[in-house]
Design a protein around this ligand. Structure first.
Ligand code: ADP
Ligand code: ASP
Ligand code: MG
Length: 416
């Protein structure tokens, strides 16, 4: 008998019929003797709808109130799921994040979980009750409702699994595991039986939305056994999904490249003809940091005749804010530059694999594949297990497809 946390994403609970189907799966596990904590997301499209309502009333709604609105999506699905379970003759009880007491910091719309009180959940589990906890939400020390950022139910589930020392955290979604890339873009993408924690962390940070990055970080910190599975298969299905592993073992697939991620949420800001002098990076990025804007890639060209060009990328939502902050800094005399320009129609494509540590030539293979399709690379960044390029947004799907083919990701790797 195991303690299992199961998370069901928006499509998995997207209709009353889907909620019934999730209840059937939960019953199947319950009848096998497992103790279950279930974490649903809001119904598909609901969080967007709720945030859209707030945006109709204000161009920049108060983040505290946005959280009050957005958190209702999950309050609906916990109640509905508990009702569906009770209809099957099971004992079930729902809790909002505040009721469990999922304590977070006060960073509205992107709060971090600080602590989880497991007392009520443990008592219910002891009594044979299925516990249904709202994903995506918590409460701060002042009693304000908070949310954990888009896709945050994954993080709720992994954090609950860590707090309860669950035997496994199962993320049920609309695909049957983690693929070599988004199967909606590349139909030949292959499901991975396992993926290392480091690779999953890198894929998630580079834009693979199958798991929210913070959920992967949590799993790594508390060594939560994390698995991605499909909620669309029969409950009796023995499909293993994808297991995130923490150790490299010799029997594992030995792929050099494990996957390709892409991200359309970025924008590029360039400061052209800026003085090439000590302190210039700080003069440009200081105001960006002060405006609380995260910077991803940074490129500074080689200077010529005392001047250089400096570019960096930010989240697309913060593009205008970044350009405005720089224009203000220039006007205030922090730096001199010929021009501040930007492009919010860029995308980032990243290839990820731990095999990069021991193989050379992967970057040139990537660049050749893109060059053969006439795709211009605007920026490049690398880490030990990743090569990322910024390209024009309109080529992102083509780039992902040609790279998937160039690295032969549709083929299973030779085992060691
Ligand atoms: P949920 O609502 O269940 O949380 P998401 O839409 O957040 O589901 O995440 C699942 C989606 O992630 C899939 O439908 C797929 O389109 C996308 N995706 C992106 N990259 C990958 C990948 N490497 N493997 C599997 N799915 C991926
Ligand atoms: N409902 C939230 C969202 O759409 C959280 C989640 O689905 O994980 O972002
Ligand atoms: Mg998700």
């Amino acid at each position: 008998m195991a303690l299992i946390v199961q998370k069901y994403g928006g499509t998995s609970v997207g209709s009353v019929e889907r909620i019934r189907s999730v209840a059937r799966r939960i019953e199947h596990f319950h009848r096998q003797g497992h103790r279950l904590v279930v974490v649903p997301s809001a119904m598909a499209g609901e969080t967007n709808r709720l945030l859209g309502l707030a945006k109709e009333l204000s161009v920049s709604p108060d983040p505290r109130e946005l959280d009050v609105v957005a958190a209702t999506g999950e309050q609906v699905t916990i109640g509905l799921l508990a009702i569906a379970l009770q209809e099957r003759g099971l004992r079930a009880k729902s809790y909002t994040g505040a009721q469990v007491r999922i304590l977070t910091d006060s960073a509205h719309t992107k709060a971090r979980i600080l602590q989880i009180d497991d007392a009520r959940m443990r008592a219910d589990l002891e009594a044979g009750t299925i516990v249904v906890v709202a994903g995506f939400q918590g409460i701060d020390e002042h009693g304000n409702i908070t949310t954990l950022g888009r896709g945050g139910s994954d993080t709720s589930a992994v954090a609950l699994a860590a707090a309860l020392k669950a035997d496994e955290c199962q993320i049920y979604t609309d695909v049957d595991g983690v693929y070599t890339t988004d199967p909606r873009i590349v139909p030949e993408a292959r499901r991975l039986d396992t993926i290392t924690f480091e690779e999953m962390l890198e894929l998630a940070s580079q834009g693979s939305k199958v798991l929210q990055i913070r959920s992967v970080e949590f799993a790594g910190k508390y060594l939560v056994k994390l698995r991605v599975l499909s909620s669309f298969e029969a409950p009796e299905s023995t499909s293993p999904g994808t297991l995130i592993t923490f150790e490299e073992d010799d029997t594992m697939e030995q792929a050099i490249i494990s996957g390709i991620a892409f991200n359309r949420d970025e924008a590029k800001v360039s400061v052209m003809g800026v003085e090439d002098r000590p302190g210039i990076a700080y003069a440009i990025l200081g105001p960006i940091a002060q405006a609380n804007i995260d910077v991803d890639m940074i490129v500074q060209n080689i200077g010529a005749s005392g001047h250089t060009d400096f570019s960096f990328t930010v989240h697309r939502n913060e593009y205008q804010k970044a350009v405005d902050a720089l224009r203000r800094a220039r006007a205030a005399g922090s730096f001199e530059a010929r021009e501040i320009i930007g492009d919010n129609r860029i995308a980032k494509v990243s290839v990820v694999g731990i095999g990069m540590r021991s193989h050379v030539g992967l970057a040139s293979k990537m660049f050749k594949a893109l060059a053969d399709e006439n795709i211009n690379i605007q920026m490049i960044s690398t880490s030990e297990i990743k090569i990322a390029v910024v390209i024009d947004e309109k080529y992102v799907e083509l780039a992902v497809r040609v790279l998937h083919k160039a690295f032969e990701l549709e083929k299973a790797p030779q085992s060691a």
